[in-house]
Design a protein around this ligand. Structure first.
Ligand SMILES: Nc1ncnc2c1ncn2[C@@H]1O[C@H](COP(=O)(O)OP(=O)(O)O)[C@@H](O)[C@H]1O
Ligand SMILES: [Mg+2]
Length: 318
């Protein structure tokens, strides 16, 4: 599917343009015919199950691997094989697993990044101060990375990735395994960064985080299957009403689960509740009438989680 915006005439407003991107490992396509564009200043969410091709796409967009075919333009710079360094200079990259040296201090890590990025000493010094202020860091920068709590480690990784002041920053699962309060703090920083005009390209498995994105791209087995705002994805993915069912007790829950297939085309557990859609071959009134005996029944709007389940995990596209 081609999600390249029709608005692209000049490229002024777009900081990432991807056109018919393919990445092949051996005989296997990790990314297949992916096209999209990202606007300057946007928080662009890149979602999909493990193995969907998110990290591979990001690696291409950071100039780290050469695409098998397709066009990639980053901040007006075309991806040209052999000239990947031009792309690398344009982007910040916080990788999925490794960004900081655990056994070095904060200061040493930033010094090292500054050296790699060839940032002049005076610029580096001012920038470091500014970025510590940005994340509200007021401890000693001699602390060893391994001794920092997970959330703070990720904040330091974030500032290391934007030390050279790139227009766009790629954050690959930056909050994986981070405590909820720290995840919220991290997202406050992401939003603050985007308000300064930076473009954020971010992957996450947390749907509450995806809600903060201006637009979301959904990947499934190497293909881009949807791209829209969170609101539109929720509005357009489901044609039918979703019901929130809360069994009245354990017994009722058992009965509901046993009969679910008979009544529902979608039936997903959410804690002690279920999100359900009535099958096409039975009327909603009839089903609601029946399950009201064993459940509290409420009409709800779909969540991003529902959208994700339908488009990515069930593999149903519309
Ligand atoms: N260097 C590589 N060589 C071979 N296969 C790879 C390589 N990198 C990734 N893959 C495969 O490509 C697919 C997509 O991986 P990845 O982009 O890491 O997905 P995601 O980030 O969405 O979890 C997976 O099946 C993965 O095993
Ligand atoms: Mg990944």
């Amino acid at each position: 599917m081609n999600f390249l915006s029709k608005e692209i005439k000049g490229m002024d407003n777009f900081v990432v343009i991807v056109n018919h991107l393919y990445v092949k490992f051996g005989n296997f396509y990790a990314v297949s015919d992916v096209s999209f564009s990202v606007r300057c200043g946007e928080i662009f969410g890149f979602l999909g199950a493990n193995g969907a091709g998110k990290t591979t796409t990001i690696r291409v967009l950071c100039g780290l691997i050469v695409p098998t075919s397709g066009e990639v333009i980053i901040d007006s710079e075309y991806f040209i094989k052999g000239k990947e360094n031009r792309i690398k200079q344009k982007v910040g990259y916080m990788s999925q697993k490794f960004t900081l040296y655990d056994d070095l201090s904060i200061e040493e890590n930033l010094d090292f990044t500054a050296a790699l990025r060839q940032i002049p000493a005076d610029v580096y010094s001012a920038r470091k101060k500014q970025l510590f202020e940005f994340i509200g860091f007021n401890k000693s920068s001699d602390i060893i990375i391994a001794d920092l709590p997970g959330g703070q480690k990720q904040e330091i990784a974030l500032i290391a990735s934007i030390l050279h002041d790139p227009q766009i920053v790629f954050l690959d699962e930056p909050t994986a395994g981070v405590a909820p309060a720290s995840r919220m703090r991290f997202w406050d920083l992401v939003k603050k960064l985007s308000q300064t005009g930076k473009t954020i390209f971010v992957t996450t498995h947390y749907m509450d985080e995806a809600e903060h994105c201006n637009r979301i791209a959904l990947m499934r087995t190497g293909e881009l299957i949807a791209l829209d705002t969170p609101e539109n994805l929720k509005k357009n993915t489901y044609q039918k009403q979703i019901y929130l069912l809360t069994p009245k007790d354990k017994n009722c829950q058992g009965v509901l689960i046993n009969r679910a297939q008979e009544y529902f085309s979608m039936f997903e557990p959410y804690g002690r509740h279920f999100h359900a859609i009535v099958r096409d071959d039975i009327t909603e009134e009839k089903v609601v009438g029946i399950v009201t005996d064993i459940c509290f029944v409420k009409k709800i709007e779909p969540s991003l989680e529902d959208v994700f389940v339908k488009l990515v995990e069930e593999g149903i596209t519309q």
